[in-house]
Design a protein. Structure first.
Length: 384
């Protein structure tokens, strides 16, 4: 009985879940009140957004919980972490959510990245093919318009199902062109253009926090309708992140204070119906901050994952078993909220492959040739 009472106490109430999504009826009404691109986590009743990559969603427990910070440690020799940023932004654009991209303007201007680097959705090609088929049927069957109407109805149903889909599939090799409505929901923040004292890191991070807070307020919930905002902060803590950089204790303190303040703000906004999910990438391999400062940065995030690539590494350091993979994907930390049975991934170290069109994450398995060689070697040792 004591264990049952503890489980019931740890489980969030249905009324709280309905209040979070803006509903007041039964479970079906609460689910119907969810904004597009949100789902309820079955373990703790919290709302989740998709990362844009189905494999990553499976690895971290179904998606990214709103009100949380996802820290992705950047890879050393390549920019595979950028694929995850594009996935995350694309999922928000196609589901009707607001997205904000925060970065410096040295490589690619943030406004150009958030409007011209969004990958194309796979379903778009199928939808265009269906529309072409409808036109052909209309031309060939002028007297049998019912057939064309059926196809048009099928296209409309496909579009409605596409909007309700939690995680779509995107093609990294080609970018899409955003329409005016999508551009209005895509926000860009150039860190080097913020109004602040360039000789004071605390002033720069204060200006950045105020800009993010203004975005949350502008795109917040209107009345009873909940809102969703996705925020990406790229290369936090790098020398190019802001015009002033000094690896002093004051700068490290300002960076950690900024992350902790942002963490409390997004958690508080979720209680008001403003569901915010933040993805932060950090070059932890650079000696710009001390090891203790990077540890505090990891401690301020709810999710911590790392990307490790094989490109550029020494050949003797890379095993032949990883020849067909692009790198490793490590899971450092996952959140535990309002549950006695948290999500436990199959393993903490995965492998990923960057193909022409997509990036896949999977559990590592030895190739048949290497596994067979290992079996033969063990049998020879047993024979000896």
């Amino acid at each position: 009985e004591g264990a049952a009472v503890a489980v019931e106490a740890a489980r969030p109430s249905v009324a709280a879940g309905e209040a979070a999504v803006g509903g007041s009826g039964g479970g079906q009404r609460a689910l119907s009140a969810l904004p597009a691109g949100l789902k309820v986590c079955t373990r703790n009743g919290r709302l989740m957004v998709s990362s844009g990559n189905a494999d990553l969603d499976d690895v971290i427990g179904g998606g990214i919980e709103t009100g949380c910070i996802f820290l992705l440690e950047e890879d050393v020799n390549c920019s595979y972490y950028e694929c995850f940023i594009r996935y995350f932004l694309a999922e928000g654009i196609y589901t009707g959510q607001h997205v904000a991209y925060v970065a410096d303007s040295h490589a690619v201007p943030p406004q150009e990245f958030v409007t011209q680097r969004i990958p194309r959705q796979y379903a778009q090609g199928a939808e265009k093919a269906m529309e072409q088929q409808v036109r052909m049927e209309q031309q060939e069957n002028d007297g049998k318009m019912k057939i064309a109407w059926r196809y048009e109805e099928k296209v409309a149903k496909g579009r409605r199902a596409q909007r309700k889909m939690f995680c779509s599939t995107y093609e990294l090799s080609s970018n899409t062109t955003l329409d005016s409505e999508q551009r209005a929901r895509a926000h860009a923040v150039a860190v080097d253009a913020l109004e602040g004292d360039e000789t004071c890191a605390a002033s720069m991070y204060t200006a950045l926090y105020r800009r993010i807070a203004a975005l949350i307020a502008e795109n917040g919930a209107k009345g009873e309708c909940a809102s969703v905002l996705r925020i990406v902060i790229r290369s936090l803590g790098s020398p190019l992140f802001c015009s002033f950089f000094d690896s002093t204790r004051d700068y490290e303190r300002s960076l950690v204070r900024f992350l902790n303040t942002l963490r409390m703000r997004v958690a508080r906004e979720c209680e008001r119906g403003n569901h915010v999910a933040v993805v932060v990438t950090a070059p932890v391999h650079l000696p710009t901050l001390s090891a203790g400062a990077w540890a505090l940065v990891r401690g301020a995030a709810h999710y911590v994952c790392a990307v490790e690539t094989f490109n550029g590494a020494r050949q003797e350091r890379v095993s032949p078993a990883f020849a067909e993979y692009s790198g490793m994907f490590h899971v450092r930390r996952l959140p535990v909220h309002h549950t006695l049975v948290p999500f436990s991934p199959e393993t903490l170290d995965y492998v990923f492959t960057r193909k022409k069109r997509k990036l896949t994450i999977e559990v590592f398995h030895l190739p048949p040739e290497i596994s067979r060689t290992g079996d033969q070697g063990s049998q020879e040792q047993k024979g000896v």
